[in-house]
Design a protein around this ligand. Structure first.
Ligand SMILES: [Zn+2]
Length: 493
């Protein structure tokens, strides 16, 4: 038996998250004033048909307990629990037999119940009935025999004709809150002797989006050898929708750029729409922002994420490499902000350079080439450090291999001297990667595409300038942006 059926609520007190319905129904039962027709509307898996069966039991139980709770032991309760009581008629309106069953219902409803006190009709997915079937049903609802009760259930109440709705007392079943679902899953875990991460249960609850049936179904699928782990759930429930967003957000909060980049890599590799993903992420961040106002934590980090990813979303359509803006955003969000070079010094440098360049209109000779493959490269005319900076994004966009781009992103154009573009790296590892002939060739190609000529580059190292932001507590061991790149994209050839 599936866990959902096993743990399906069997009485009013075990119904999760629908207190408003339970209270009203119990009250009506107590006063013998139960309506003959109910319409239960609400998302899937929120307990509509379970509640309908509990009502059927409560109406017919041979020895009801306090608060009109069914005993779940008498012949009637057992008959309903085992789905063999003929006086409980369940109709699936979504099946082809819907219309026949409604016709059948009309013919037989006049007959008294055979075993129980009342006949209870549960019509699930009632919005699926044809117009004809609705008309047949309406006639019955207009004058139901005193021994008959109707419970109509639907996920789409707006599709039910007003004539039907007006004959019913309507209840809206709410999506079940995350906490309620998590609590229920915890109970099941204990009963089933399953060892479950609290985070894994939260993730399941989030994916189930207020549907307890889905949550229990997912719980069941995610058990491996009596254990449920967050990583397993995140990995298996896919790189789509809420799970992916949740995982991505988590990696940002934990300042794990490697995981964030891996996620982006996967989304892109799967051909998913990056703009859509970013839009969903921003919607999720907004949710977190509102939650964080209550909890008064992480608000600064979340606001910053919203800024960073809103900008990235705008940049994606123009980017030559579509995932690049997201990658940059993720790295920034993880707290890696490379400081701008010292502006006054740079201005002076540029001014000097410009003066010299305007003076001599000759081709700037390629200085002693730093790397063999640049030998013979002729620097293009009139290139200024300014224009390199202006075109930085374009240069990055032209570097196609992810790990080369990642490595190159670590550098900053600092000066243009003796015909060579000087790039300063914060990390020696990235510098070394770019220094490799094959990798450097790709950078040259990108520069050539942007500036229309060969440019010599000189690589240098500057003092590490990473400044993780202060609003989230630092983890003991921050993954370094280099190993991150290696792990995501593999070692370079
Ligand atoms: Zn009973």
């Amino acid at each position: 038996m599936s866990l959902y059926l096993k743990y399906r609520p069997q009485d009013f007190k075990t119904v999760v998250g629908q207190d408003h319905v339970v209270q009203t129904v119990q009250n009506a039962l107590k006063h013998g004033a139960l309506s003959h027709a109910y319409l239960f509307a609400g998302p899937r898996g929120t307990g509509k048909t379970s509640m309908a069966r509990i009502i059927a039991k409560a109406l017919n139980c041979l020895s009801p307990a306090a608060n009109c709770e069914p005993c779940n032991q008498c012949a009637i309760c057992e008959g309903i629990n085992q789905a063999r009581l003929v006086d409980l008629i369940e109709i699936d309106a979504a099946s082809n037999r819907g219309i026949d069953e409604i016709r059948d219902l009309r013919e037989k409803i006049v007959f008294a119940p055979s075993q129980a006190k009342t006949k209870v009709y549960i019509i699930d997915e009632v919005h699926m009935l044809t117009k004809e079937a609705f008309n047949a049903l309406l006639k019955t609802l207009e004058e139901p025999p005193s021994h008959a009760y109707f419970i109509l259930a639907t996920t789409e109440a707006h599709k039910i004709p007003e004539t039907i709705v007006s004959r019913c007392q309507q209840f809206t079943f709410k999506r079940i809150g995350m906490d309620d679902i998590v609590q229920r899953l915890k109970k099941i875990a204990i009963e089933e002797k399953v060892e479950a991460d609290a985070d894994a249960l939260k993730l399941i609850a989030r994916i189930a989006n207020g549907g307890l049936r889905d949550a229990i179904g997912l719980f069941e699928q995610m058990v491996i050898d009596g254990v449920i782990r967050y990583e397993h759930v995140a990995k298996n429930l896919g790189l789509t929708g809420p799970v992916l967003i949740e995982t991505f957000f988590r990696s940002l909060m934990e300042k794990e750029p490697m995981k964030a980049l891996a996620a982006i890599h996967d989304i892109h590799a799967q051909g998913q729409n990056l703009i859509q993903f970013t839009a969903e992420l921003i919607a999720y961040l907004r949710e977190q922002m509102l939650l964080s106002l209550d909890k008064k934590e992480h608000i600064a980090a979340i606001l910053r994420f919203i800024d960073i990813f809103s900008l990235a979303k705008q940049q994606i359509p123009q980017a030559i490499i579509p995932q690049l803006p997201l990658e940059v955003a993720a790295i920034k969000a993880c707290g890696y902000m490379v400081q701008e070079p010292n502006p006054p010094a740079e201005k002076k440098e540029e001014a000097k350079l410009k003066k010299r360049e305007t003076k001599k209109e000759e081709i700037i000779p390629a200085a002693e080439p730093a790397y063999p493959e640049t030998t013979g490269a002729v620097a293009i005319k009139n290139l200024t450090i300014e224009s390199v900076r202006e075109n930085w994004q374009r240069i990055l966009d032209h570097i196609e291999t992810p790990f080369i781009r990642m490595s190159f992103m670590d550098s900053e154009p600092v000066k243009f001297e003796d015909g060579a573009l000087h790039l300063a790296f914060t990390s020696a590892t990235f510098k070394d990667k770019i220094a490799k002939a094959t990798n450097q060739a790709e950078v040259h190609k990108a520069l050539e595409r942007v500036f229309g000529g060969k440019i010599t580059i000189k690589l240098e190292l500057k003092k590490m300038n990473l400044k993780p932001d202060a609003d989230t507590p630092k983890k003991k061991e921050k993954p370094n942006v280099i190993t991150m790149a290696e792990e995501v994209f593999g070692q370079n050839p």
